[in-house]
Design a binder for this molecule. Structure first.
Ligand SMILES: Cc1cc2nc3c(=O)[nH]c(=O)nc-3n(C[C@H](O)[C@H](O)[C@H](O)COP(=O)(O)OP(=O)(O)OC[C@H]3O[C@@H](n4cnc5c(N)ncnc54)[C@H](O)[C@@H]3O)c2cc1C
Length: 109
């Protein structure tokens, strides 16, 4: 497994410091199997296959408001794919709000 050491970079406009690779710090670990057991990044499949669906710089879907309405009419999003890694209760709340908005949208059609 090829690894690279990281360090915190300078704060960005929001004041947050992001990890940056340390050039030349790569090293190898001899392993039989690697199980990826962490991962809280956005799945790129939906935005990549859905034209006109706006995402932010981290690949999360942009919702215009609390209803979860996206840049595409009739497409709603909520939960981690909008907020980034968060909690079950926030995802459930977003789902509930989107369900109401979707119901309203379909009732108008
Ligand atoms: C290790 C870990 C521990 C956590 N512990 C807690 C905790 O203790 N308490 C807490 O509140 N939260 C916890 N969380 C966070 C919580 O799990 C998430 O905030 C919550 O599950 C988000 O729900 P969601 O519906 O937005 O997304 P998810 O639960 O990730 O659901 C998204 C679903 O979409 C599916 N999917 C993805 N792409 C596609 C596709 N192209 N087509 C069809 N389906 C697709 C996925 O398979 C998945 O089933 C934890 C998260 C992790 C990773």
């Amino acid at each position: 497994m090829k690894c690279i050491k990281m360090e915190l970079g300078e704060p960005d406009a929001s004041g947050r410091r992001s990890p940056k690779p340390i050039k030349g710090s790569e090293y190898m670990i001899d392993v039989d199997t690697v199980v990826v057991a962490v991962g809280t990044i956005a799945n790129p499949i939906v935005p990549a296959t859905t034209k006109g669906l706006e995402t932010n710089k981290w690949g999360y879907i942009v919702a215009k408001d609390e209803s979860g309405l996206t840049s595409r009419e009739g497409i709603y999003a909520g939960g981690d794919i909008v907020t980034g890694a968060a909690t079950v209760i926030l995802a459930m709340g977003a789902g509930r709000k989107s369900a109401n908005a979707i119901h309203e949208y379909l009732s108008r059609k």
